[in-house]
Design a binder for this molecule. Sequence first.
Ligand code: GLA
Length: 378
Amino acid sequence: MRTDSDLPPGLRELLPVNAEIVVQAPGRANLIGEHTDYNEGFVLPAALELRTVVAGRRSDRIRLRSIGRGRPITVDPATGRGPIKGWGRYVTAVVRALREDGRAVRGIDGVIASNLPSGTGLSSSAALEVAVALAVVDEPMSSVELARVCQRAENVHVGVRSGIMDQLASLSARGGAALFIDCRSLETSDVAIPDDLRLLVVDSGHRRQLGRGDYNRRREECDEAARLLGVAALRDASAELVATANLPPLLAARARHVVTENARVLGAVEALGSDDRARIGELFAASHASLATDFEVSTPALDALVEIASHTDGVIAARMTGAGFGGCTVNLVEVGRAEAAMAAIASAYLERTGREARAWLSAPAAGALQAAEPTMRA
Ligand code: GLA
């Protein structure tokens, strides 16, 4: 069994043996608190053992090859000039965002290796942004400062108006715990996950397009609901205000999701604290239902995975995770029954939908700034 300080099997061999810099950043599964981060609310993500590693030697320029993804890209650390398409645009975006934040940026000649699937809602882009930022920034920065820069890279230079959850989880989560984030104050605290539980992430096999489209539209709807309710952010709205304010039905539904979801995050923190597994299951189920009906970001494939999981032995809780529009579910499973649960869910899903579900089992892992080794800075 690997520990958080090891590089995942299969990645270490891909890295240059003479690397001076090795940094790694994990993906995340959000346990609960979906579409609440950009409403200044609460979230509870956990980092995964799946991660992205950047390794190389110091150089005048930034030259990175992503294993399995063709030719290397180069970005000028002094100007931020670099590719604006493909995976390389994330490197350009991070360098530009660091420079706009007034940070010193230095070069690296190296490789990027990852066992984090992209486009499945497990924050492969945030992991790439965080790993690149750590590899090129030339001054100490706090996790919140780094998360903000990486979020800016995504918002301004990639064009997705995402919140701060993914980047902060990738940086700050602690092994064995989920990270509670108050997305207004950006204060965080660790919420221990019982030792005998694992995260089971199941990919519905449906690609999502987290472009400028649906995600950004949800965000605009939330902003508009907050404006009509007369609050600074939906974080400040009560269930009663939403119910009585006479909002257009669609905006009322969006606001209702955010307000009830914030309450569910607080409930889940409490339920994890008292190890009340039945309650955790109920909260996950209610979150999924709210995302499906009020926020309208689930899909029939995700609904099927959650429904199947709810009848599967060893599964404590199941819901869709991340932005939605396809992607993955997250399940809390008992470690002794995890492999069997994974197989049972995949086979029932295949039978019902004709689709293969890929699945990953992970302990709650450590974020980039929490893993002691082998992150080295030269
Ligand atoms: C994506 C975004 C996050 C968050 C989730 C939904 O992962 O990057 O900031 O908004 O969707 O909870």
